[in-house]
Design a protein around this ligand. Structure first.
Ligand SMILES: Cc1ncc(COP(=O)(O)O)c(C=O)c1O
Length: 437
């Protein structure tokens, strides 16, 4: 269902790498798609599908916490255990298209499409690999989710870091950076990575006006926006953030959704929404790697979405939001108590993380990675989220998603002790995992 018409008037091939442009659709995968969409009267001997009679499963039953349940058996179970078209399990794809249309009302919806991927990280790597080739620069907010760096570092990508303030990426600095780059004749970026809601690690939700300004700059300087938005439905304020997708009149937004944080991370499911030619390119990449995201997961998600409907899913998201908001409030209070005078903390507006800036300590890396482990507390050192992780950084990221309230309390208490001892004793660290007092 990819449309070849480029109704947005953008030349998407100019954004793709030469490698990506050379990828051809895999014939057998295309035949699977054809077989799936053909009438029942068509007999396909084209594909190498195993016969489901050889599979040892007869039934998979799923019970939900709300008391409802569903069972996969017979043909449906057969389908759930089988190969499917790379773009995704067709009934799920259709459900996701309807969901996305309702959730974001994207302009020119007919020119966009969806591909199901194995989580946002999978969507992220396939998208970046389609667009970023050796020597291509990438715009990022600094600090940023390190899952980006692991994808682009082997390409020796030049990261263009745009600093954040308490409202996220600063548009004025973005514009100035691009203007200076253009004036100095440097290669201009084709794409920006942004994680606008519950920015990992700072927990910021970029306000609407700023999103609009960033989008205007993208149009002015002709780059794509890769909006990695796994925390979209986990905002802690009253108003749902407006996504870049819903602002995208020109067809320059690639949106990553993930079910990891709201349904299950082990299902490994997410989906990419983008202009149809870019989705086709990501699909070709899927055809050359893991063929498709796991069918069983896709069928389970489809059944769940059908059972709950849009409103039921939104109710679940709201419940999830309250769950994490309580935890956010708890850790913020406990951090205030144990780190009083030792650190600066801003209240995360979405997501899982508290971003702690320690006072009087230049770099937290060794304090956390060496002494922290010995003192029974592990958090993520801030430098891990910076463009240059070898440079000192005084921040720490603490997750409030999973540990019990008692554990979070104890962890903050231990962090307070760690910081106080560091300030008192000025530890000298050795290179690797030891330290001398
Ligand atoms: C910003 C961001 N993007 C992507 C991911 C990966 O998510 P998924 O499990 O959907 O691959 C994470 C997970 O922590 C994340 O925080």
């Amino acid at each position: 269902m990819h449309q070849t018409k480029e109704e947005f008037g953008m030349n998407y091939s100019s954004f793709e790498t030469e490698v990506s442009k050379r990828r051809r659709p895999a014939t057998i995968r295309e035949l699977t798609k054809l077989a799936y969409s053909s009438p029942k009267s068509v007999i396909s001997l084209a594909e190498g599908m195993p016969n489901e009679e050889t599979f040892p499963f007869t039934e998979i039953s799923i019970k939900l916490k709300d008391g409802s349940s569903f069972t996969l058996e017979d043909r449906e179970l057969g389908a759930a255990l089988q190969y499917i078209p790379s773009q995704g399990y067709p009934p799920l794809l259709q459900t996701l298209r309807e969901f996305q249309r309702r959730a974001h009302a994207p302009p020119l919806w007919e020119s966009r499409d969806i591909v199901v991927v194995s989580g946002a990280q999978d969507g992220l790597s396939k998208t970046l690999e389609a667009i970023i080739g050796p020597g291509d620069p990438l715009l990022v907010h600094d600090p940023f989710y390190p899952g980006v760096d692991v994808v682009v570092a082997p390409y020796q990508t030049e990261l263009i870091p745009i600093p954040q303030d308490e409202q996220g990426m600063v548009p004025e600095i973005l514009r100035e950076t691009l203007r200076n780059r253009e004036l100095s004749g440097k290669k201009m970026p084709k794409i920006m990575y942004i994680n606008a809601t519950g920015t990992n690690p700072t927990g910021v939700v970029i306000p609407l006006e700023r999103r609009k300004e960033i989008y205007r700059i993208a149009c002015e300087y002709n780059f794509l926006i890769l909006d990695d938005d796994p925390y979209h439905f986990m905002y802690f304020e009253d108003v749902e953030p407006k996504s870049f997708l819903s602002l995208d009149t020109e067809g320059r937004v690639i949106r990553l959704d993930s079910f990891s944080k709201v349904i299950s991370s082990g299902l490994r499911l997410g989906f990419v929404t983008a202009p149809a030619p870019l989705i086709a390119s990501i699909e070709r990449h899927l055809q050359s790697s893991h063929l498709h995201a796991p069918t069983l997961s896709q069928v389970i998600l489809y059944k769940l979405m059908k059972l709950w409907g849009y409103d039921g899913l939104m109710d679940h998201f709201m419940w999830t939001r309250h769950f994490y908001k309580q935890r956010r409030d708890f850790i913020a209070g406990i951090a205030e108590k144990h780190l009083n005078g030792l650190a600066d903390i801003s209240l995360p507006q979405s997501g899982f993380f508290l971003w702690i800036r320690v006072r009087g300590i230049k770099d937290t890396w060794k304090m956390i990675m060496q002494r922290g482990i010995k003192e029974n507390v592990i958090m993520a050192p801030g430098a891990a989220f910076m463009k240059d992780s070898t440079k000192p950084c005084n921040a720490i990221r603490a997750s409030f998603s999973k540990a019990s309230y008692e554990e979070m309390d104890l962890a903050m208490q231990r962090l307070g002790n760690l910081i106080r001892a560091e300030l008192r004793n000025g530890f000298t660290y050795m290179k690797e995992d030891t330290y001398i007092n």
